[in-house]
Design a protein around this ligand. Structure first.
Ligand code: ATP
Ligand code: MG
Length: 416
């Protein structure tokens, strides 16, 4: 028979088992717990959307839309895209599902996203995010609540040390327009010294030059004017209310006047939680206010704010979580014991006791399996024990062993 070659996984995707998977699920479980504390409703949205959902809302000039999207024609000839981010799809759902009636609507979700990027540590083609959004709220209280949520999550994950909240304001429409004009003037004066990418950005998306990583752009970006002198009283007020709220809630932050979001509909609050523990992939969580996005999808003017964080990047920062361990592993020897163990296992699990059964190999192998699983007890079930209606409960930590009547096993394990 011809040798069958096993297909390789797609570059930039990951398979997870063991500690990697435990870290991942610890992030998701913690997120789920904290989002309930904050009253964010769990939602699900499709992984696949019409390409227009992202092209319109993210803008043709962003890296994501111009270079990173997984877009293709489906069999019906429609252009579809694997979601590269959550926000646009959630806004689409907000409009097409009539969720507007619930405004202000606090929602949260997690799942896979797809971007055609160069894979490296902390950067994948299929990656995963947790995401939180408040739709239909223009009040700074929504920004504060989201920032508190993010901050508490990082604390509960035990990774807040060495992670800093960096905050900026992009002002309201008049502030932003005035600042944008001043930036264009500044960058145009240095056009020849800018990187090729930033020369293009000067035409399409000048704010993005501010967060360019190219060393040629850095001095020019660093000497560019801050938004502060262009902020209207209203914009200044909004930012002041957000920072007062953070102060009241005990959330620490630092100002990063270079932090921008490229698109015109971003307003007021922009933020990133950053760390130097992940090399070049230092942003673990990012977000801001996007008051014009829903209009770009054909909806009514709807202020909204949100954030997303890469699960893999958060997972890398964690201390290794405790792996799941069964309380007991049943070790039956012989056919009669095996059948009995099958019933007992179902009873223990129904009683809420994490239990497993070692059914492969000789006694020694089975005991090894119980040890490797990290169980507290091995429940040894041989013909002799069963004849007496008992099992032998071996404490794998202490090494002690005692006989327990089968009927009392669940109770005995629960007390122990
Ligand atoms: P970066 O500057 O690292 O490319 P970004 O600005 O593209 O990030 P966002 O679109 O704001 O990132 O996504 C929010 C978060 O999602 C990031 O802070 C990061 O934690 C995570 N993320 C983004 N792209 C990837 C990727 N390709 N692989 C893993 N995580 C990612
Ligand atoms: Mg990116």
């Amino acid at each position: 028979m011809a040798k069958i070659e096993t297909p390789r996984p797609i570059r930039g995707t990951q398979d997870m088992l063991g500690e990697t998977a435990d870290r991942f699920s610890h992030v998701v479980e913690t997120f789920e717990r904290v989002r309930r504390l904050y009253g964010f409703k769990r939602i699900e949205v499709p992984v696949i959307e019409p390409t227009a959902v992202f092209a319109r809302s993210l803008g043709e000039t962003t890296d994501v839309v111009s270079k990173e999207m997984y877009s293709f024609e489906d069999r019906g000839g429609e252009s579809v895209t694997l979601r590269p981010e959550f926000t646009a799809g959630i806004c689409r759902a907000y409009l097409t599902e009539g969720w507007q009636q619930f405004a202000p609507l606090k929602v949260a979700t997690h799942g896979p996203l797809f971007r055609y990027e160069r894979p490296q540590k902390g950067r994948y083609r299929q990656f995963h995010q947790i995401d939180a959004e408040v739709l239909g709220a223009g009040e700074p209280a929504a920004d504060v609540e989201l920032l508190c949520f993010a901050d508490q999550l990082l604390h509960e994950l035990g990774i807040s040390d060495g992670v800093t909240l960096t905050l900026n304001t992009l002002g309201d429409a008049p502030s932003r327009t005035a600042w944008r004009n001043a930036l264009i003037e500044h960058f145009a004066g240095h056009r020849a010294d800018l990187s090729e990418d930033s020369q293009k950005r000067l035409e399409t998306n000048p704010l993005r030059i501010l967060d360019s990583k190219d060393p040629r752009d850095r001095p020019i970006a660093d000497s560019a004017p801050d938004i502060d002198t262009f902020l209207t009283d209203e914009a200044l007020d909004f930012f002041g209310t957000v920072t007062e709220g953070l102060q009241a809630a005990g959330v620490a932050w630092t100002r990063n006047a270079r932090l921008v979001r490229g698109l015109d509909y971003y307003r007021h609050t922009a933020f990133e939680f950053v760390t130097d523990r992940l090399g070049a992939q230092g942003t673990v969580l990012g977000g801001g206010r996007y008051d014009g996005l829903i209009e770009s999808l054909g909806g009514p003017h709807t202020p909204a704010v949100g954030w997303a964080a890469g699960i893999e990047r958060l997972a890398m920062l964690l201390d290794a979580p405790q792996p799941d361990r069964p309380v007991a592993v049943l070790v039956p020897m012989g056919d009669a014991a095996m059948l009995m163990a099958t019933g007992l296992l179902a009873d223990l699990r129904s009683a809420g006791i994490a239990a497993d059964m070692a059914y492969k190999g000789n006694m020694k192998k089975r005991m090894q399996r119980a040890n490797d699983a990290g169980a507290r007890y091995a429940i040894i079930m041989g013909d002799d024990e069963l004849a007496r209606g008992e099992v032998a409960v071996k404490d794998l930590g202490m090494g002690e062993q005692k006989a327990v009547p089968v009927a009392e096993l669940a109770a005995a394990l629960r007390i122990a």
